[in-house]
Write a protein that binds this ligand. Structure first.
Ligand SMILES: [Zn+2]
Length: 416
């Protein structure tokens, strides 16, 4: 054991323990009495179902996380990282190919470990609460497409990273940063038109009351839309959502078919007004900027810990390599990543309030956002009373009751 093993082991166990505490508090915070606000969309039976769903999914994710952690620790302390390294080196490929194989095999093994959990989640957990619509065929084809996409997109990125860090000296981290940031930018640009349609059907919203209401609102806030699409979310789950993708001329709004089914026209426009709020308040640009900054810091620190003998000793490695440095550094960085994620979640929750505010401020029927949020909570069996510590660690959106309270307050002071 050296200082690096202690830091990494401490972080893995520490974050697991913190999450465990948050999960327990969260389950205890789920009260038996339905909050008054929701009495018009829930009945006691549905509320009890949502609480069972919370308990079942919490215990499930704890078991999955504990098992995956255990496998990682056994692999680590049994010398698995070095064993695999000597095996791959034995094949005698160039260092670039060796690196891609090494990391590729580890990712494949990780996928294999999580596969039974993924199957359980879809076909047992989500099925039991009536959410699952995924057929075994869709499940298998999703997994295969995921692997192929990972190979197609991941291999060149990994090859580029390894090449820069092996060949371009002390400024390698800058080149790697620029290249990966550029790649990410291109990917975001093509994702809505090339990648997402591989998984879902995007149908342009047909002419009618909903489309003209959306277009009318978008025009009133000067928001050019290249398309409004309905996506077949019902192919996998009855849960509902709406999202916004792309930027520049590629801006698209996608509404789940499951969302359209359950909501009135004004509710749907209010949901879209919220999404447009994210764009208008520059939340998408801010998130992208922060992730690019984070990436730069990661690559700079990585360049400092490249081929660090002590770090390799912590994993019982005989030979140094850039590819294994990449992997071990990502584990060493995890405490920073944990803190960063908490900070970013908190920023995201603020952005959600701002987007709600935007919707209420710019849409004359903004008050229907409250109805939309309530119905969405019911459809998705959301936890209505999460524990504040759990929210602090995990929630990218504020608890729905807080959002409703805030919207009501703003409505009472707003003048239309
Ligand atoms: Zn939002």
């Amino acid at each position: 054991m050296n200082i690096f093993s202690i830091i990494i082991l401490g972080t893995l166990l520490g974050t697991f323990f913190i999450k465990l505490v948050a999960d327990i508090l969260n389950m205890k915070a789920a009260g038996a009495v339905l909050p008054v606000e929701f009495q018009d969309v829930y009945d006691q039976e549905a509320y009890e179902k949502s609480q069972n769903y919370l308990r079942h999914s919490t215990v499930f994710s704890l078991v999955a996380a504990a098992f995956e952690l255990l496998i990682l620790l056994v692999f680590w302390f049994a010398g698995g990282f070095n064993f695999l390294d000597s095996m791959v080196r034995g094949l005698d490929f160039s260092s670039l190919v060796t690196g891609i194989l090494y990391i590729g095999i580890l990712l494949f093994l990780q996928g294999l470990v999580s596969l039974p959990f993924s199957i359980y989640q879809t076909f047992v957990l989500e099925e039991k609460y009536g959410f699952n619509k995924t057929t075994p065929l869709t499940f298998v084809s999703d997994k295969l497409k995921g692997v192929l996409l990972g190979l197609l997109l991941g291999t060149p990125v990994l090859a580029g990273l390894l090449w820069f860090f092996e060949n371009s000296g002390s400024l390698a981290w800058v080149w790697a940063w620029v290249a990966v940031a550029f790649f990410g930018f291109v990917l975001q640009y093509v994702a809505p038109t090339v990648i997402m349609p591989l998984f879902n059907k995007f149908t342009p919203l047909e002419d009618g009351e909903l489309k003209s209401a959306i277009m009318g609102y978008a025009k009133s806030v000067d928001f050019p839309l290249s398309g409004i699409f309905v996506i077949d979310g019902s192919k996998r789950s009855s849960k509902a959502n709406a999202f916004f993708t792309g930027f520049g001329k590629q801006k698209r709004i996608a509404l789940f078919d499951t969302l359209i089914e359950n909501h009135t026209v004004t509710e749907l426009v209010a949901v879209l007004a919220h999404e447009i709020g994210h764009y208008k308040k520059k939340h998408i640009v801010i998130a992208m900027f922060l992730s690019i900054i984070n990436m730069g810091i990661v690559f700079f620190l990585l360049s400092i810990f490249l081929n660090n003998r002590d770090l390799f000793d912590a994993f019982y490695m005989e030979n140094l390599s850039v590819y294994a440095s990449l992997l071990f550094f990502s584990l060493l960085y995890s405490p920073v990543e944990f803190v960063l994620s908490v900070v970013l979640q908190s920023l995201s929750r603020r952005h959600e309030f701002q987007a709600d505010h935007y919707a209420v401020e710019t849409y004359s029927e903004g008050s229907t956002l409250v109805e939309a949020l309530k119905k969405l909570s019911r459809t998705n069996l959301s936890n209505l009373t999460p524990h504040p510590f759990y929210v602090f660690l995990n929630y990218s959106h504020p608890p729905v009751l807080q959002r409703i309270e805030r919207i009501r307050r703003e409505l009472s002071t707003a003048t239309f």
